[in-house]
Ligand binder design. Structure first.
Ligand SMILES: Cc1cc2nc3c(=O)[nH]c(=O)nc-3n(C[C@H](O)[C@H](O)[C@H](O)COP(=O)(O)OP(=O)(O)OC[C@H]3O[C@@H](n4cnc5c(N)ncnc54)[C@H](O)[C@@H]3O)c2cc1C
Length: 447
């Protein structure tokens, strides 16, 4: 069986790996001149820095299997304490919450981010054993019902909103916060989890680009034909499978195709052959974000020692959503200078897009100085703009994904499968799982 994978981001790489190791003859087509998509390791001031994602969660077995098979040296964060910039001050985010939600009374009553009335309201939500909210998939509404609006805004919004470049109002709870949904509504404090065998987050010591390079090497070893600078424009049904057309007019035929590209690109590619699926894909919105990596003189306040980062309360009105103290957080980023990563922009805040690079850099430095209450002595800087990078998971997004799959099957049978961050969540492990699932779906069709 021959399989074409379109898109060389982590979803496409995982799909190609899965198909090839199950004996398929695989071709991987990537439009840009490099593999990895959003995974982009760079250097600033001579130190390693990630301009896209900086780590991956270790909870998804499907992702770990791939990562472990590569034999990469993985490192864990050396700092995990997080702060919130809210009401003009840095405040500790209490530990033991589940994506900001209080799992028990003790946690609800001990947060210093909010006043006593808000704590009592959250505690009432814990005691009331409320299942209310299960009829909605809107995380903002669900969290406000359960623990109160102020609690949600100070604890859940900065974390889950930040991860998804969005607000939690209008965000699918099932996609963005399944662990909140699976929390028992109340009950005694959960027993302390048994000591985890590995840290929750890891990163390859050489940066995430080494993960990309390692997968690419395995693909070559498995005989995968990897072609960069090859943009796919169209898929069409062919007598035995699918014809894949590229922008230079070439056409390849495949028994099966995995499309592992952003939803709006999949919409373009499927416009003629699966118009209904294409229309639905086109409706998925995306948020643009910017990352400013700064190498600075190591003169930060001692109170920031051991702090991984500062999240920003949206109500502060800043463009910045988080300041990561990267060289505190990651041992492999530590050098003579300190490293900061300032993240900005989300679905509802497009101010970074209106500014040219110099202005954006100056504005983000000024915001970081305010948040860190320090004058930064900048030695080097890199700005990365990620346009249309984070899919928006609207309430009932998973139903939409099912509909898209149905429409695609109706139009093209089971010869084409979809993968990518837009399906079930944008975390790297979820992307790896989506790529592997899509590849397996095409392979099992052949059996
Ligand atoms: C700033 C930032 C920080 C993040 N932080 C984290 C984090 O810490 N941890 C985490 O787990 N996740 C994080 N994420 C999310 C994660 O990086 C992405 O969701 C994930 O990398 C997306 O992978 P993908 O393969 O689905 O898509 P992409 O990486 O977008 O890959 C799609 C690929 O398809 C190619 N392509 C597009 N059109 C065509 C075409 N017509 N023909 C051929 N090829 C095409 C593109 O060039 C691209 O290489 C972050 C993302 C960003 C932007």
């Amino acid at each position: 069986m021959n399989v074409i994978v379109v898109g060389g981001g982590i979803s496409g790489l995982a799909a190609a790996w899965e198909a090839a190791r199950h004996g398929a003859s695989v071709m991987l087509l990537e439009s840009s001149d490099r593999l990895g998509g959003k995974l982009l390791t760079s250097h600033v001031g001579g130190s390693l820095v990630e301009l896209g994602p900086d780590s991956l969660l270790t909870r998804t077995p499907s992702a770990l299997e791939l990562v472990d098979s590569l034999g990469l040296d993985l490192v864990a964060p050396t700092a995990s304490r997080a702060l919130l910039w809210s009401r003009g001050a840095r405040r500790p985010i209490p530990p033991g919450l589940v994506l900001g939600a209080p799992p028990n009374l003790e946690r609800a009553l001990s947060s210093d981010l909010v006043g006593p009335i808000t704590r009592l309201r959250a505690a009432w939500g814990v005691i009331a054993r409320s299942r209310r909210g299960h009829e909605t998939d809107d995380l903002g509404r669900l969290a406000a019902w359960r623990w109160g609006r102020t609690w949600s805004e100070r604890h859940i919004e900065p974390l889950v909103g930040g991860i998804n470049a969005n607000t939690i109002v209008g965000l699918s709870a099932r996609v963005s916060a399944p662990s909140i949904l699976s929390m028992p509504p109340s009950g005694p404090p959960a027993p302390a989890p048994s000591r985890p065998t590995r840290p929750a987050f890891v990163a390859p010591s050489g940066g995430l680009s080494t993960l990309v390079d390692a997968v690419a090497q395995v693909l070559v070893d498995l005989g995968v034909d990897v072609r960069s600078s090859t943009s796919v424009t169209e898929l069409a049904p062919a007598p035995h499978g699918t014809a894949v057309t590229t922008s230079d007019g070439s056409s390849f035929s495949a028994d099966a195709v995995v499309l592992a590209v952003p939803a709006f690109r999949a919409a373009e590619i499927l416009a003629a052959s699966a118009p209904e699926a294409s229309l639905l894909l086109r409706g998925i919105r995306y948020a643009s974000v910017s990352v400013l990596a700064l190498s600075i003189a190591p003169t930060l306040a001692p109170s920031l020692k051991g702090v991984a980062g500062v999240l920003v309360d949206r109500r502060e009105g800043l463009m910045t959503t988080a300041v990561s103290l990267a060289s505190e957080k990651w041992p492999h980023w530590a050098g003579d200078d300190a490293l900061l990563r300032v993240s900005a922009g989300n679905l509802h805040d497009v101010r970074p897009l209106d500014r040219d690079d110099d202005r954006l850099r100056d504005d983000l430095v000024a915001e970081a100085e305010g948040i860190l209450e320090a004058t930064l002595e900048i030695r080097d800087a890199r700005l990365a703009r990620w346009t249309n990078a984070f899919p928006h998971f609207a309430p009932w997004h998973l139903d939409l994904v099912e509909r898209i799959d149905r429409e695609l099957r109706d139009a093209l049978g089971s010869t084409v499968a979809l993968a990518g961050a837009w399906r079930r969540g944008s975390g790297i492990p979820t992307c790896i799982a989506s790529g592997r699932d899509a590849a397996r779906a095409t392979i099992s069709r052949d059996n």
